[in-house]
Ligand binder design. Structure first.
Ligand code: LER
Ligand code: MN
Length: 270
């Protein structure tokens, strides 16, 4: 397993669970100095990512990109794949497609989190899941053509009413035509929703494609009450060799959160 840490390029996401907020150069410098393998980027849109400049920074700091988030489309524009308005659903899908394309050029998968939306405003859950499934079939195959998986993230009940648990998500993904969508297991959401996070990971097996490495209180692993040794043993057991990516609040400050994450990562993986 490899270590990663998040950087937000979206000022409107202030207060959100990202460690670094002062641009990619600053994030790369700090991540590299602390020994991280990769950064996970939360951009406002695909166009904001200057591929040549990012490749240069990555080479300079010996980092890779773990994943690229799409939630900027929700935070900035309030677009979702399950919006009642068809024109907005289309904008959401094209926004995500463009991020999948730039992420692939950086060697990384894109993440569908907040842009899944929720069943609301007269949209029944069944209808929302129909639209979501169609979008995942399309976007999953777009990612496959570029040689990357597409990551779908179940969120806790306060953020969506579509899928809250890893097991339900995995069961539903198996019904889709595309076989190229993997589950993002965010340990913060799982602490709220799962009876047993380690068991949920074991049951999902090779459908787990990415991990958000966050403690029960969304602080760095080690600063809450999640039994991370059990979770790590479950990931080991399923042969997970992806990233443990710190999508956490920068508390008490970014530097301390990053250091605590690296300390926990090293303790688990040495
Ligand atoms: C995104 O990865 C996520 O976990 C959501 O809670 C949005 O912040
Ligand atoms: Mn997450």
């Amino acid at each position: 397993m490899r270590s990663a840490i998040t950087v937000s390029l979206v000022p409107q996401a202030a207060g959100g669970p990202f460690v670094f907020w002062n641009g990619l150069a600053d994030a790369c410098e700090k991540a590299s100095a602390l020994g991280f393998d990769a950064i996970e980027i939360f951009p406002p849109n695909a166009e904001a990512l200057d591929l040549a400049a990012i490749h240069k920074l990555l080479a300079q700091h010996k980092l890779t990109v773990a994943a690229v988030g799409t939630g900027g489309g929700w935070v900035v524009n309030k677009w979702t794949l399950t919006h009642a308005d068809a024109a907005i659903r289309t904008q959401a899908r094209e926004f995500i497609r463009a991020i999948i394309t730039v992420a692939a050029a950086l060697g990384a998968p894109a993440i569908l989190g907040s842009m899944q939306g929720r069943a609301e405003g007269g949209v029944a859950r069944e209808q929302a899941l129909g639209w979501l499934g169609e979008a995942l079939d399309d976007l999953g195959e777009h990612a496959a053509r570029l040689g990357r998986v597409f990551l779908y993230e179940p969120l806790n009940r306060y953020e969506t009413n579509l899928f809250n648990r890893v097991g339900d998500t995995a069961d539903w993904l198996r019904t889709l035509r595309t076989k190229n969508v993997r589950v993002l297991a965010d340990l913060f959401h799982m602490n709220i929703e799962e009876a047993d996070p380690a068991a949920a990971i074991r049951d999902a097996g090779d459908l787990i494609g990415h991990v958000h490495f966050a403690d029960s209180n969304r602080r760095a692993i080690g600063l809450g009450h999640t039994d991370i040794a059990r979770v790590h043993a479950a990931l080991d057991k399923i042969g997970y060799d992806g990233f443990l990516s710190a999508e956490i609040l920068p508390l008490p400050d970014a530097e301390t959160a990053a250091r605590a994450t690296m300390r926990s990562f090293q303790k688990l993986t040495r």
